[in-house]
Write a protein that binds this ligand. Sequence first.
Ligand code: PLP
Length: 399
Amino acid sequence: MPDALSEYQSAFAAVVGVDHAFTFWKGRVALYAILKALGLGRGDEIIIPGYTCVMAVNPIVYLGAKPIFVDIEPETFNADPDAIEAALSPRTRAIIAQHTYGYPAPMREIIAIAERRGIPVIEDCCLANGSRYDGRPVGSFGLAAYWSGQWNKPYTTGIGGIATTRSADLASKIGQLSREEALSPGPKETLMLFAQLMIYRSIVFPRTTAMIQNVFRWLTKLGLVVGSSQSSEYTPVMEADFFKRMSGVQARSGVRQLRKLARGNIHRHEMTTLYDDLLASAGFPVVRHCEGHGGTRGTPLTSRTPPIDPVLVRYPVRVADKARALSDASRHLVELGSWFEVPLHPHETDLAAYGYTAGMCPVSEKACREVVNLPVHPRTNAKTAQRTVDYIKSIGPAA
Ligand SMILES: *Cc1c(COP(=O)(O)O)cnc(C)c1O
């Protein structure tokens, strides 16, 4: 039946430039489907950066596999290929390449390692929709990729997830899992999500965003919104209704949002260049971000990367006093984000239950202490950037 879901799937696959796309309730569910379709489970080790959210780790653990955390590169917040190399074992079965904040991960090195070992690479594109690496879009390098439509992502369908792959074989397995094992979302949660989307879409002024976030947090506490995460998801125990398909509400929203993605990405580029300039004048060390659109003045992010053209979902910056920066932000009408606060975000995560011990990924832990992120979404503009950087300047750069 040609419905909203199949329309969204074909439209998404076309935009990303892959053959197969499958919609799910959330991004994490899409990752679960990919891992399961690959037959990964007990005894298998999966490499993942130790600078992520716990929701990206849960699917690994749900399947009985073991996450192996690797440290990141300080400039791009992405997995350090040398750390991946050092983490390989005879049980390594897959590498998850996360494109953090929208910066493409070092795919050349990661693909080379994976090919040598004959294991798949799965790209985490939840924060990167439109970023390019070496002239090609992220999501087209690995065997599979997954994407999120949660509130803070490149565009939102309330919540939502997509798995993509260029492999016909893997696609048929993911399709089968989706048809035979995934549950349909219930009418109540679908209706609540619909109401939330209506409220969300009615917010147009950047100034209201910080306030609205607080309203949503408050409603979540009261159990009145479909939260992106439940507290049970901070521990590695899978809820009975975790493996769910996407609702028509999300898919219809996705089709509409996808049409605006290219325009939104141009806006993100412009905001990024603005922040580059403003932060540099404010005395912050700035690595110029963009190869293809006005950022060519600067140095590449790392010496080893081929040209990258990131579309940032948020603009990360290292500040002197992160706690103060966060606590005073909304008073200054500034919308600051803070991911990731711990290597497996958020603070509530039972790190030990995931096998993460303090000191495992020192570069990541330092980033967790220092980095806040600035908004570049479609409701921001030059005034937002100026106000935000004035505020960030008052906090000062990290030592
Ligand atoms: C948000 C996010 C996810 C999970 O996406 P959901 O749709 O919330 O399940 C996974 N990985 C990263 C890097 C994310 O930022």
